[in-house]
Ligand binder design. Sequence first.
Ligand SMILES: NC(=O)c1ccc[n+]([C@@H]2O[C@H](COP(=O)([O-])OP(=O)(O)OC[C@H]3O[C@@H](n4cnc5c(N)ncnc54)[C@H](O)[C@@H]3O)[C@@H](O)[C@H]2O)c1
Length: 261
Amino acid sequence: MARLEGKVVIVTGAAQGLGYGVAQRLAEEGARVVLTDIKGDAGLKAADALRARFIQQNVASESDWQRIIADVDRTEGSLHALVNNAGIEGDPAAAKDPEHAPLEDWNQIFKVNAGGVFLACKHAIPLLARSGGGAIVNFSSVASLVPTPFLSAYGAAKAAVEHLSRSVALYCARAGYRIRCNSIHPGQVQTPMFDVLFDRLSAQAGMSRATFAQEFLATIPLGAFQEPRDIANAVLFLVSDESRYITGQALAVDGGFTLAN
Ligand SMILES: NC(=O)c1ccc[n+]([C@@H]2O[C@H](COP(=O)([O-])OP(=O)(O)OC[C@H]3O[C@@H](n4cnc5c(N)ncnc54)[C@H](O)[C@@H]3O)[C@@H](O)[C@H]2O)c1
């Protein structure tokens, strides 16, 4: 039997990249996946490819979360898992170091990456609890585990996600909701977000993109960039009942990057 048969799952930021990979993997295992994204056309196309449902939303909007949860409650009748994948690195043209980063960019990154996860948990917890419990997986990053002066707001917001995930885990356990909450910490996965970052860092280092990527690879003990499927398989485990006794944990899927850096 498929590992998520009959489970209703929301995946945010699922129009592309890791979110799409996660939605695809969960659907393969029998989940009824509801994809959401701020990009309407790309989100619809992604959902069509998976024969799933798409709802457009901005994860940083509280009224959008109220609308999404009401819609899922009305249409699906339950919710068993929430994957908070949507995230941004901020304005690619803005400085990211702690001395020069503009406050507007810091605020926007926190609003989406940390605020979006808070709002998602806040509004999904009641429906998850009424559905008999379930799992929340929040996308943090290796950037929460090592200092990131080249992405200071992003790293700090991802650290907030990691900490919030533990608070949600303990709160839900003590409330008797049977809701588990864990954070996942991808390393470097080649997605549109990754491309923007590596273009910027290679230009700053005065290297070609290929040379920079080659040098970066040397910092990953397992010697390869991850694929979206590597992250999706870890999310599948955290969403499924196979991890029924795991809550409040931070799972790095990084080829050993945080061991060595
Ligand atoms: N790619 C990596 O190497 C990597 C590493 C560590 C962590 N992550 C995290 O994984 C997640 C997915 O990353 P990705 O590489 O697939 O990024 P991506 O930029 O390729 O995709 C992110 C998706 O989120 C959507 N999104 C952005 N802002 C939104 C908003 N306000 N509301 C709703 N949707 C919104 C985008 O439209 C896009 O479809 C992010 O949280 C990211 O921080 C990625």
